[in-house]
Ligand binder design. Sequence first.
Ligand SMILES: [Zn+2]
Length: 56
Amino acid sequence: MSQQLHCVVEGCDASITEETEEEVLEAAEEHAAEAHPDLELDEETVETIKQHIEEA
Ligand SMILES: [Zn+2]
């Protein structure tokens, strides 16, 4: 079982698959830094990202 996240940014079709939620969050932060430098990863955004993580 792995954890999958489809990027929460509208219009972005990136998806991230990792073994654990922690790894997905790390990869999502890296993806956001590269692809969405304007996206602020505040608590609310991180919560939204967590809610979008699903088992795959
Ligand atoms: Zn994205």
